[in-house]
Design a protein around this ligand. Structure first.
Ligand code: PLP
Length: 428
């Protein structure tokens, strides 16, 4: 039976059989027992399916991965130990030393650093482009060794909306996949595969968990990218892997080639799996994702509208606001709402912004975002403090930007807290 997203949030991945636990069990075991040496050998020869070591596969992790794949409409999903690991794996699965890729420059600071510094050390070069540039200017950045295009559905922290369909078409014109980090929108509000995106990543630490209990990530494959059509460009997928029985992933696994390689090669060699206990916690979060996201969006729209009408606020960026420059794109890709994250600036100095945050009552200053609890952060002083002023501007982060992640508390209380903190700053 075809199920709607709300039903998948609850029932996806794990289906209890007679006498089995109703709730997803935590298989907190590194390894799995077999009765004969022959049985184990058949697993290694890929003749039988089964679990043998949690770094490669674990029933709790697999059930949660299946749920997320179903939510995104993908054919395969791999859970990782963090969102950082997910973005690293998504790129590294198809890029090697000497390769190049293109990314939107309005992305999370950690991803900016991963791409611009750490991947560069591995010999993988990345060009940052402004998605606002016209097609001609961006397309000029594609090179013969370009392997993919990357963007965030809703950028963290700027809140800019990525034109998925436009960049999917552009990537495909150049024979490469589009990878989209869908963390802030979640599949409840946006399903990038429906707009031509090929691979989706998430920091599951955020809305998917929603309660700040675990750090995690995932990579989801649509199964749609025709790797074999560009076999020379993707030798890792389309030529034999000596480290894996000489198998050619596209030949042996068809549409599951990308996902299988990511597990069989990257997970095997690099690790970065989530603990089954963490996947259990993530699964509890996913069970209410379809209820929390509309509440985040409704609350955020009310808060953004209130901020916009406040004389002490210099600017507000929330794509849910009708006069926002990204509103039309948001309506196209996320008609049900975007997310709970608002970016705004106060009239006044950086010290005023800090004073405002220090005077909040239940709204907390945390590095975290996209949580049931309303929280606030000043990226230029916190998450993005490693970036120069120029890099901050390139990443769409104004020095006065306050990132407010609107939670699911009573919205009148959220506004009252903001109001009383603002009064303390501006009545001085
Ligand atoms: N992608 C986005 C959009 C993020 O906001 C974050 C973290 O804030 C990450 C990736 C990295 O995720 P994690 O903190 O789970 O490693």
């Amino acid at each position: 039976m075809k199920k709607n997203l709300g039903t998948i949030c609850i029932h996806g991945g794990w289906k209890a059989k007679k006498g089995e636990p109703q709730q997803l069990p935590i298989y907190q075991s590194t390894t799995f027992k077999y009765e004969t040496s022959e049985q184990m050998a058949r697993l290694f020869d890929l003749q039988d399916e089964g679990y043998f070591y949690t770094r490669l596969a674990n029933p709790t992790n697999d059930a949660v991965a299946k749920k997320i794949a179903a939510l995104e409409g993908g054919i395969g999903c791999v859970l990782t130990s963090s969102g950082q690991a997910a973005n690293f794996y998504a790129i590294f699965n198809i890029c090697q030393t000497g390769d190049h890729f293109i990314t939107s420059n309005t992305i999370y600071g950690g991803t900016f650093n991963l791409f611009g510094v750490t991947l560069r050390k591995l010999g993988i070069e990345c060009t940052f482009v402004d998605p606002e540039w016209d097609d001609e200017r961006i397309e000029a950045e594609f090179r013969p060794n370009t392997k993919c295009f990357f963007g965030e559905t809703i950028s963290n922290p700027g809140g800019n909306i990525f034109d998925i369909e436009r960049f999917a078409k552009m990537a495909h014109r150049h024979g490469v996949p589009l990878i989209v980090d869908n963390t802030f929108a979640t599949p409840i509000n946006c399903r990038p595969f429906e707009w031509g995106c090929d691979i989706v990543t998430h920091s599951t630490t955020k809305y998917m968990d929603g309660h700040a209990t675990q750090v995690g990530g995932c990579v989801v494959d649509s199964g749609n990218f025709p790797w074999e059509q560009y076999a020379d460009r993707f030798p890792g997928l389309c030529t034999p892997d000596d480290s894996y029985h000489g198998l050619t992933y596209t030949k042996a696994f068809g549409k599951m080639a990308y996902t299988t390689k990511l597990v069989a090669q990257l997970m095997r060699d690099l690790g970065s799996i989530p603990a089954p206990q963490n996947s259990f916690l993530l699964n509890l979060g996913l069970e209410t994702l379809h209820l929390r996201m509309p509440c985040h969006c409704n609350n955020a729209l009310k808060v953004a509208t209130w901020l916009q009408s406040n004389d002490n606020v210099a600017w507000v960026n929330y794509a849910g606001l009708p006069d926002n420059k990204y509103h039309a794109l948001a309506q196209k890709y996320m008609p049900l709402g975007t997310c709970g994250v608002i970016a705004f600036g106060l009239k006044g100095s950086k010290e005023d912004a800090v004073c405002f945050m220090d005077n909040l009552d239940f709204i907390s200053i945390v590095t975290h975002v996209a949580d049931a609890r309303t929280c606030v952060l000043h990226p230029a002083s916190h998450t993005h403090r490693q970036l120069s002023d120029e890099q901050l501007r390139e990443a769409g982060v104004a020095p006065d930007l306050i990132r407010l992640s609107v939670g699911i508390e009573n919205v009148e209380d959220i506004i009252s807290d903001l109001k009383q903190a603002m009064e303390k700053v501006f009545s001085k």
